[in-house]
Design a protein around this ligand. Structure first.
Ligand code: HEM
Length: 123
């Protein structure tokens, strides 16, 4: 019997469609979140959604290429705080819970995004 590779996080999340559904809902939460929605007042939201899907797809082992800017450049000069960062993660977890993404996959996704924090938080 052949050895079986462990399925990627991308596969465990349910692939591109499931990731797209979570990102749509997540960005909706962010847009409604008065703690942080001011940051996004001039943002092209469909583009942001597309780039988030690409980033999560590529980072989780899926067949995507991230075409956006690096995290430091994208968030430069915004003055994002740790509290802002935590609020955004809370909005993401709300969507992960809503779509019943299991705890292990939530952990693995947050472990993928957590290391980006120093590039994003600037004060
Ligand atoms: C792990 C956390 C985060 C990830 C993975 C992330 C990811 C991204 C990505 C992929 C983009 C698009 C890059 C591009 O425009 O080329 C972006 C843009 C943006 N992010 Fe984040 N981000 C995070 C946290 C935050 C936080 C905490 C804030 C503020 C509360 C924020 C505010 C923004 C804004 C306003 C833009 C749009 C910039 C523009 O319109 O030019 N992000 N982010």
């Amino acid at each position: 019997e052949a050895m079986q590779a462990a399925p990627s996080l991308y596969t465990r999340l349910g692939g591109k469609e499931a990731i797209t559904a979570v990102v749509d809902d997540f960005v909706g939460n962010v847009a409604a979140d008065r703690r942080i929605n001011g940051f996004f007042a001039h943002t092209d939201i469909p583009r942001l959604k597309r780039l988030l899907v690409e980033q999560i797809c590529a980072g989780s082992g899926g067949p995507c290429t991230y075409t956006g800017r690096d995290m430091q450049t994208a968030h430069a000069g915004m003055g994002v705080t740790e509290a802002n960062f935590n609020a955004l993660v809370e909005d993401l977890v709300k969507s992960l819970d809503k779509f019943k993404v299991p705890a292990k996959e939530q952990q693995d996704l947050l472990a993928l995004l957590g290391p980006m924090k120093p590039a994003i938080v600037s004060r």
